[in-house]
Ligand binder design. Sequence first.
Ligand code: AMP
Length: 465
Amino acid sequence: MPFADLGLSDELLRAVSEAGYDEPTPIQAQAIPSVLMMRDIVGVAQTGTGKTASFVLPMIDILAQGRSRARMPRSLILEPTRELAAQVAENFEKYGKYHKLSMALLIGGVSMGDQVKALERGVDVLIATPGRLMDLFGRGNILLTGCSMLVIDEADRMLDMGFIPDIEEICSKLPKQRQTLLFSATMPPPIKKLADKFLDNPKQVEVSRPASTSLNITQWLVPVASTGHAKRERLRELLGQEEVANAIIFCNRKTTVRELNKSLKQHGYRAGEIHGDMEQSARIAELDRFKRGDINILVASDVAARGLDIKGVSHVFNFDAPWHPDDYVHRIGRTGRAGATGTAYTLIASEDAENIQHIEKLTGQQIPRLTQAAPEREEPADRPPPRRERTTRARPADPRVQEAPRPRRPEARAAEAAPAPRAAERVRRDDPRGRPRRDHQADDGPDNGWNGPVPDFLSAKLTTP
Ligand code: AMP
């Protein structure tokens, strides 16, 4: 189906064509006509499916009629993290370039004063994280009574982060006569309940967790003798083994992110880091460096795992097997996006065995092991060689590594693989090991960006056209 059949305006069709899209993705084809007809929508879709454009495009056309008023945003998009909110704002700018809509982004980053000023001028689209929005609402800077369109994005992530009470409160402040769109990768009971309570006869739109993504991603488990030095060395071997154009390397702990980034830089890699202890401005700067190619390795905690849309990531490495199996799916989903192929390696020491079991149970697939791993070197310490600049091929191939089997391409794996399960339906919300969820973190704990709702020390960032 061509974009032109969806009912979008010529201006939007032009912007979409300039974005390089030939035809709508399944979620766009299903959702856009209904959103334009002012229906409520429950969209079961994860990032990577084109879901952002499925609500941003029709919103732009709907909002093209009418004018904004001071302190009364006309529409509201709720995002669980600042990075996702910033990404949606980028989408608005990209698709809305032939429209004159004003937008404010309420996330941590700069002073509230600027935000208040923009709200005073009036905005058509407010993109916010729930914590920051509630803060400004509590101070009387926002009136939600003029907000006739609400998008709750990544609802299951909101649930994980403890934002559901905030969302319920926000919903109750909006006019009853409104259009509500809710998107979630999974539909656990609390999200279903939220949808039943706040949406009116919604159209259900579902695209399965992209089986295509898993087919596009070649996955490997890489056994290592132990954590620490052995893992870092094996990682460097893998980085040198193939054409690693750019890679995101995920670690479970912030301390590991910092240590690994330092170690990689000492070994001459163009690496950077992103985790929840960093100020918003530093995180954005680091992401930009990665997007521009100034660095080609980004060591990340799970703060970067969900939703970040960085084009053309060739490799994902799990330096640690994630504790939560759904994080595995999200992490490796950073590669193999939009039809491209990618490779995901997960380094596993003996203590990761249980995590892997849970991942394989969730995905319904056995991930092949790189069995002929190169023998661990008997170096006592992780001593760096002289500094040297890396380019595309991150490290010269180690002759021992040539003996390891080359990962097969996705087609070969697909033929062997069991049919991809509807993983989205199987995501467990509980922790298989009874570990604390990610909203209670110590420095060496798992990292999702901040410890609970948006902390006060983070100020707000604002954009207006
Ligand atoms: P999302 O699921 O919204 O995070 O989108 C994932 C990626 O798909 C983003 O890089 C979008 O720019 C891209 N995208 C969105 N719609 C299309 C389309 N119709 N054709 C090709 N790529 C698209």
